[in-house]
Each structure stands twice: as C-alpha cells, then as structure tokens.
Design a protein around this ligand. Structure first.
Ligand code: NDP
Length: 313
C-alpha cells in the first residue's frame, strides 16, 4: 500500500453486511478494501446452524456460512485485511482511518458494517455453554428447542419478544426478570402476561447455567428472599440488550441515545456524503443476517452512486 494511496471504498466489518457490501462494491469496480475487525465473520461465527438464510435449504453452520461470504467477496477482488479500525476522521477528505492504532488509510468512501454485540451476564457457565444451549438469539436458535423447556433472561422489549416467540415453539418458557416489573412496552408486557405457557419469575437472577456438555438447567435466586432453585431446561436465552459497535464514530455521526447510527430513512446514508452504514450498527429492531446483507447491498449502491458523481469511478 503506497503512503498516499486513496482507497475508493473502505468497508469496516466482516459480518453479512460488510461482505455483501464488498460483493457489490467489487463487482462495481470500486476496488473495496475490507477490514475484518476483532471477530472475523461477526456474530454468526458464534452461532451453530443457520436455517433461516434463504438459499441454504438444508441449513449451514454460522462459521461455514461466513467463510462462503468471504470467498464470494474475494472472488471479485475484495482486498480483505486483518485489522481493527480504531479511529476515523470524517472531517477531512479523503477520509482518514486508523488501523490498529498505528497505520493510516485514506478513503474516498466508507461503509460502516461494524455490527452490534449481544450483552451477556458474564457468568463462566454461560460462556462455557455458549452455542451448546446458551444463545442470544431466539429467532436464530429457538427452532432447536421445539417442545422443550427454556429459560429467557431480561425484562425489555427484546426479552418480551424472544420469550413470546419461544412460547410458540417450546413446551414452557420461564422469563427471569431481576426487578418486580418489566421495562418492555405496555403492549409487549401484556403479550407476555397473557401467554399461557410463559411464566415470569420476578425478582429473579441467574446464579449459574447447569450442564457439562450442554445446558441441562438454570440455577436461579430470588433476590428478595434469597431462595435458590434449579429449573430444568434445554435452552438459555440471554436477552438483556445489544451494544452497537459504534464508539469510534461518536461526535462524527448522528446516533441515538444507545449508540445506534442514524441513517436517512430508506437509505444507508449518514449525514456525511460518502459515509454509509449497513447492518446492525444502525438496526436495533430486525438484526437478522438477511436484513444486514440487504442493507450491505444498499450501502454499496449508495457509495457507488456517490463515487460516480464525484468522478472517482
Ligand atoms: P433494554 O435495555 O431495553 O432492556 C434490557 C433488559 O435486560 C432490562 O429489563 C434490564 O433490566 C435487563 N437486564 C440488563 N442487564 C441485566 C442483567 N445483568 N441481569 C438481568 N437482567 C438484566 O434492551 P432491549 O434489547 O430489550 O431493547 C433495546 C431497545 O430496542 C429498546 O429501545 C427497545 O424498545 C428496542 N426494541 C424494540 C423492539 C421492537 O420494537 N419490536 C424489539 C426489541 C427491542 P432492568 O429493567 O432491571 O434494567
């Protein structure tokens, strides 16, 4: 890489959004450079089977699927690089990006696909049994627990949505709420309370996820009475929120109070022409691989139009 080279398009992130943006950008002669970040392949690499991505009728495991995304992006010439974008400067043109706190890269356009990370409780057993019954996505993994008993943790809209979704598939759902009320919207609260096979355990916290090779139950504690008990369950779903990976864009791009980047509705455009967002970094509602891929495509098309208008391509 020559010192003063200005890349036409730099994509930050290697989940479905980033790789889809790369496929489109590479095929549009934008010579994209993609930085993979700290978790190459993104959130899907910590998922087992993906059965809801169209085009895989037999399902595919998350890491294999992300290898295929990467291969497809490489096939058209995407320059895929290890490394983390640790700072950006969108106040100057070309834009300046810092890689791993040392190298600098200049870019005419940037596509942000940094995703979001599920929040976890921080228990050793939760980490050990991740993908062996512990999940942060009911829509992705709920199907594997049909007819079984599962436990969900959380009290917000995500927990309400995931527990009611699971109640349609599972025999019984326990929702662990650490206070004596839900934070979720009124309508979601009503849905939770009206669902017959969904039992809310108030003032209840997780002590430990039980099981050696896979989840067999959950030890819980009532934080008012101190009473502990074990709930037999095959699945443990953590739904205590997500954190978008957008810290490096603070003060440069508009974001909501929780850090999700704001885009012009129906587009991937930020307030800075030449900077686009795709995937979960701007989506706290849908958060699916297929929606991330869709917005990755949008970001590449928006960037292509910008670069053409600027006569870069
Ligand atoms: P929230 O931050 O709204 O809720 C997190 C929940 O998890 C809270 O009830 C919180 O408890 C609980 N929690 C946090 N940490 C722990 C812990 N360590 N142990 C146990 N419980 C814990 O996150 P959501 O993901 O639910 O929602 C994020 C945003 O996305 C919200 O604005 C929501 O409205 C929106 N959303 C909208 C949807 C829709 O419109 N369909 C669907 C999903 C989300 P406490 O209440 O005690 O703090």
């Amino acid at each position: 890489m020559s010192e003063n080279k200005v890349e036409k398009c730099v994509i930050i992130g290697s989940g479905p959004a980033g790789y889809t943006a790369a496929v489109y950008a590479a095929r549009a002669a934008m010579d994209p450079v993609l930085y993979q970040g700290s978790q190459p392949g993104g959130q899907l690499t910590i998922t087992n089977d993906v059965e809801n991505f169209p085009g895989y009728p037999k399902g595919i495991n998350g890491p294999s699927m992300m290898m295929e995304f990467q291969e497809q992006a490489q096939r058209f010439g995407t320059d895929i690089r290890h490394g983390m974008v640790t700072a950006v400067d969108f106040s100057q043109r070309p834009f300046k990006l810092t890689i791993d706190e040392k190298d600098e890269v200049l870019a005419h356009s940037v596509i942000i696909s940094t995703g979001a990370s599920a929040k976890w409780l921080g228990l050793e057993s939760e980490q050990r049994l991740n993908s062996k019954g512990v999940s942060a996505c009911a829509i992705c993994d709920g199907f594997f627990y049909r007819g079984m008993d599962v436990v969900v943790v959380g009290g917000g809209d995500s927990a309400a949505e995931e527990s009611t979704y699971l109640a349609k598939l599972c025999n019984k759902v326990y929702l662990l709420v650490r206070r004596d009320e839900l934070r979720a919207s009124k309508i979601m609260q009503e849905r939770v309370l009206e669902t017959k096979n969904l039992e809310v355990l108030w003032n209840t916290e997780t002590v430990e996820v039980l099981g050696d090779e896979e989840v067999e139950g959950v030890r819980v504690k009532n934080n008012k009475t101190g009473e502990e008990k074990d709930i037999p369950a095959k699945g443990f779903f953590v739904a205590i929120g997500h954190k978008p990976n957008t810290d490096i864009f603070k003060d440069q791009l508009d974001m909501d109070e929780t850090g999700y980047l704001k885009v012009e509705p129906g587009t991937s455009k930020t307030k800075i022409p030449g900077v686009y967002v795709s995937g979960d970094a701007a989506d706290k509602v849908y958060r699916q691989a297929v929606t991330a891929a869709g917005t990755g495509c949008m970001a590449a098309l928006d960037a292509e139009r910008y670069l053409a208008a600027e006569k870069v391509i």
